[in-house]
Design a protein around this ligand. Structure first.
Ligand code: 2E6
Ligand code: F3S
Length: 324
């Protein structure tokens, strides 16, 4: 049976932008360059980015992922992940004589600077984000006395501030834009003088991937989001797709997790991927779909990203050797 007879109208809409953002690209390259320059092993505190495939590949090349700097041998190189660290983590690494290389995304660092600035001006800071996520732990750690995490609706109702005229909200970089604005509206009902952040905390990459998936979702019977389960921005893409009208949406780490039954009776399948996802994993999903009759792929482009970030300072230094 030919593809056409099998199911006319089978098509794939492929979101663009999708996959690696500038911060992830820089963080992954940081570990690769550190391995090249210093040799294995290079220690990495937490997952460099929230993607199983990336972590496995770097482990194979000699990276050792640890939960805390205490696990790193004294004097060794340690890379801080793209999600950022609190000053307490930096101090602990310093005390142990570790040679730290900071792969924190510059857009996360920007939120840290905002937290420090508002704390200096003695504001109460309501940080919208997900409980337990490494990024909010790092940002909160910049001003633990001033920052309170607002995750759920219940948190909006229970949070208390010292002076309602000196309150600002900041956020994690990888939240759903719409969901965040709902939290802000609810917070503003309680604190009408709530100040906004000086610039967007939800980063360009998170926003762009959500706009792309929102654009194609109303036409999709199924949206497949490639990304790991602990990747906040990837998980948000599933929610955004469903909110925007996709009939169904599923997240998979790789093509091996796709389920044939999801495709039954479907015509238009949307595909996208989170900011920490190598394109190779998307290509495997497209191959899986093509083998089942979804070979007609059209890209839905809502932005062209050009942004790149320079490598961390420690790796930009020219050692005068052949390696640079
Ligand atoms: C660092 C900061 C923001 O879980 P989350 O979406 O935050 O993280 P990743 O690693 O999946 O995405 C990239 C990233 C890194 N986003
Ligand atoms: Fe940075 Fe946003 Fe990527 S904060 S790591 S550019 S998802």
């Amino acid at each position: 049976m030919t593809v056409e007879q099998d199911n006319p109208g089978k098509r794939v809409l492929l979101a663009k932008p999708r996959g690696y953002c500038a911060g992830v690209d820089r963080a992954v390259e940081t570990v690769e360059k550190a391995l090249e320059r210093y040799g294995a092993p290079v220690y990495v505190r937490k997952e460099i980015v929230h993607n199983k495939h990336v972590v496995r590949t770097l482990t194979e090349r000699g990276a050792i992922f640890v939960e805390e700097t205490e696990e790193v041998p004294e004097g060794a190189h340690v890379v801080f992940s793209a999600h950022g660290v609190s000053p307490a983590v930096r101090e602990s690494a310093n005390e142990r004589g570790l040679r730290a290389i900071d792969a924190t995304c510059p857009l996360v660092t920007k939120v840290h600077q905002e937290a420090k600035r508002f704390a200096r001006d003695d504001y109460d800071i309501l940080l919208i984000g997900h409980h337990g996520h490494e990024e909010v732990e790092g940002t909160s750690g910049e001003a633990p006395e001033n920052v309170q995490l607002v995750d759920t609706e219940e948190d909006v109702a229970s949070v208390e501030v010292r002076d309602p005229s000196k309150v600002v909200w900041l956020s994690q970089t990888t939240l759903s834009v719409d969901e965040t604005m709902r939290r802000v509206d609810a917070l503003r009902e309680r604190f009408p003088e709530l100040s906004d952040p000086p610039s967007d905390d939800i980063c360009y990459a998170t926003q762009n991937r959500q706009v792309a998936v929102k654009t194609m979702a109303p036409e999709c019977d199924l949206v497949i989001v490639v990304g790991s389960g602990n990747s906040s921005n990837s998980v948000r893409l599933v929610e955004v797709a469903l909110d925007a009208g996709a009939r169904t949406a599923h997240r998979v780490d790789h093509a091996g997790e796709l389920d044939e039954t999801w495709l039954e009776g479907m015509r238009t399948v949307g595909v996208t991927s989170g900011a920490s996802v190598p394109e190779l994993l998307v290509e495997e999903v497209l191959r899986y779909l093509a083998e089942r009759g979804w070979a007609d792929v059209s890209e839905v482009t809502t932005a062209n990203e050009k942004i790149t970030f320079a490598l961390p300072r420690e790796l930009r230094k020219n050692l005068g050797g052949a390696r640079e």
